[in-house]
Every structure is written in C-alpha cells, then in structure tokens.
Design a protein around this ligand. Structure first.
Ligand SMILES: Nc1ncnc2c1ncn2[C@@H]1O[C@H](COP(=O)(O)OP(=O)(O)O)[C@@H](O)[C@H]1O
Ligand SMILES: [Mg+2]
Ligand SMILES: [Zn+2]
Length: 314
C-alpha cells in the first residue's frame, strides 16, 4: 500500500529494505552458531542464571567457542556473576558489528545491562523495546563462529523468551526447576509455552536438589529431591541432571568467581559437570580437532581422509 505521497517517497520501501537487511544480518549471524540454548524457568530464583553461567563456563572449559547472552532485563545477573567490568566498544570491523565482551578466549558475553544507563531504567522498558534489543543482540553483535550460544532469559513466558523463540529458529530450551511441587507446576507452563511456540526442549535440570551438609557432606533433602526428574519422565523429556544446594554456589555467584572456574571438587561441581556433559551429548558440536590428530604434511589436511571432526568443522 502506498503512502499519501502516492508511492514516490519510498519510505515504505526503505523501511522494508531495512527490515530485510536486519533479517539477513540475523540469519547470517545465526548461521555461524551451531547450538542455541534458551535457559528458562517458570519461577525466579530457581538458579537459572547460575545454571546459564556455569553451563557456558563448563562448555568453554572443554574448548568450545561459547557465547552467553543475558536477556533478563529485570535481573541481568550474568555480568555480576562473572565479575566482568567494562562496556561494549563501538564496532571496529568494516561490517559494523559490535564485539561482545570477552570473558576468556572461549567465552563471549553480552548483557541487556549494557543497554541500560541504570537498572531502574528497566521498569520503563516495554515489550517492543525488549524485542528489538534481543534482535539486535543477534543481528548487530560480532559473535563469530560459536559452538554454543547460551541465553539466560527472565523467568516465565513473557516477551523475552517469546522473542528469542521467534528470532532464533532451532533454539532449544533447557528448563530449570527446583524439586518442590509449586516450582514444578510452573515448569509445566514453560513446557506448554515451548510446545506452543514450537521450541524443542533439550531437557530439564533440577537445581537445589538437596543440601550438602558442610560438615559431614551428607545430603539433606529439604525441598525433597527427584521432583524434576519425575516430571521429566512423566512428560517424556530428557533429564539433564540434579544439582545439590551448596552454600559455595551462593558465595561464588556473589563474589563473581563462578563455580566451574574454581578448582575445588565438590558434589555440586561434579553435578554441574554432569549437566554440561549431558548437554554436550544431546547437542553435540564438533569439537576442535584434538592436537594428537595426524596431519599429512603435503596438504595440511587430516590423515582421516575427511571424515573426522577437524574436517567437518571447516
Ligand atoms: N545449587 C545451588 N546451591 C546454592 N545456591 C544456589 C544454587 N543455585 C542457585 N543458587 C543461588 O540462588 C540464588 C538465585 O539464583 P539465580 O541463578 O540468580 O536464579 P534465577 O536466575 O533463576 O533467578 C542466587 O543467590 C544463587 O547463588
Ligand atoms: Mg536470573
Ligand atoms: Zn552433617
């Protein structure tokens, strides 16, 4: 439909062109990301950010290229949990893409926090603005080649998970819950949401599953345990693991020294490791070629003849 100009002003056309450009930028960016993971929960405070951060760190530790995108505007905790300072730099490359912040060589981070001048501003952010910001996180950021992009969304089934689902085709959800009945009722909502928007569920994580006594290391099941696992079984969803409650996790989150970067060995760290392993198994990304692979000197190609992971990565 033409505007009042009779179709000569081109406004509509240029808007359409800009929208098409954006779509192209989004699919170009997503084309370089092998696995997209949306971490969801029905309720706040169940450990969604903790799981997102530790999952991203755990995968990065294994040598994968990982991106972590925090789209929880009301509690952008990722940056604090990783104790990151600094702010986004203007684009440096000719394509005009903004480099995400680097946590280490394998982990890049972007948070909605960088788009707010202060946290109180979050209150005035309305749906369309949030949706636009999330789309920009995909279209305008220089994520490069990633094996995994982990997205920490706010609790519930509002604008943010919806726009992630709409912007990122093939995104898969991880639903985090605690073992209590109330939390499990909320999980069902998350699961129904995923069905409605056709997001595949990669699995369920049960967090705060029992407390490890700091003295005797026995597990005390304050919220009971196994509820998330039972629900996953009932709904025929993959169960990715249980993480016990461990006071160290709180301290690590508050200090900005995330858990999996610590060398301490505890049941909670082992549990996080298992969840990371379960994700790696369910959503494989071809790892970097192991250094032990033989290369034929002439072509610099792998001795496998093209069937091994180092070839598939190219
Ligand atoms: N397994 C755990 N053991 C102990 N404390 C935990 C555990 N998981 C999360 N927490 C703590 O619970 C609080 C809420 O976790 P958070 O990840 O911010 O939840 P959400 O993102 O779902 O709101 C934080 O203080 C965090 O350190
Ligand atoms: Mg959070
Ligand atoms: Zn004890």
């Amino acid at each position: 439909m033409a505007g009042s100009c009779g179709g000569s002003c081109g406004t509509k056309e240029s808007q359409q062109a800009a929208a098409a450009q954006k779509e192209l930028a989004i699919s170009r960016s997503l084309g370089k990301i092998k696995n997209k993971i949306l971490v969801m929960s029905g309720k706040g405070g169940v450990g969604k950010s903790t799981v997102s951060v530790n999952l991203a760190l755990g995968l990065a530790k294994k040598g994968y290229q990982v991106g972590l995108m925090d789209v929880d505007i009301h509690g952008p905790d990722v940056v604090r949990m990783l104790n990151m300072t600094g702010s986004l730099e203007p684009p440096s490359s000719p394509d005009g893409l903004v480099p995400p912040l680097k946590y280490n060589d394998n982990l890049k981070v972007v948070s909605l926090e960088y788009m707010m001048r202060d946290r109180d501003e979050a209150i005035i952010w309305r749906g369309p603005l949030k949706i636009q910001a999330i789309r920009q996180f995909v279209s305008d950021m220089d994520w490069g080649e990633l094996d995994y992009l982990v997205i920490d969304a706010p609790p519930g089934t509002g604008d943010e998970p919806l726009s992630v689902a709409q912007t990122i085709p093939h995104v898969k959800a991880i639903v985090v819950t605690t073992p209590q009945k109330v939390a499990l009722a909320d999980v069902r909502k998350s699961i129904n949401f995923c069905k409605t928007v056709k997001v595949e569920i990669a699995g369920v994580v049960e967090n705060m599953s029992g407390l490890i006594c700091p003295h005797c290391k026995e597990t005390i099941n304050i919220f009971k345990t196994g509820g998330g696992e039972a629900l996953a079984r009932e709904l025929d969803l993959p169960f990715l693991g249980k993480i016990p409650m461990d006071p160290m996790v709180v301290l690590a989150g508050d200090d900005g020294t995330p858990y999996l970067s610590s060398d301490a060995d505890s049941p909670a760290i082992q549990a996080f490791d298992k969840v990371v392993q379960a994700i790696e198994n369910r959503l494989p990304a071809v790892a970097k070629a192991p250094v032990t692979l033989k290369m034929t000197a002439s072509e610099g190609a792998c001795a496998c003849g093209g069937s091994c992971p180092s070839q598939a990565r190219k």
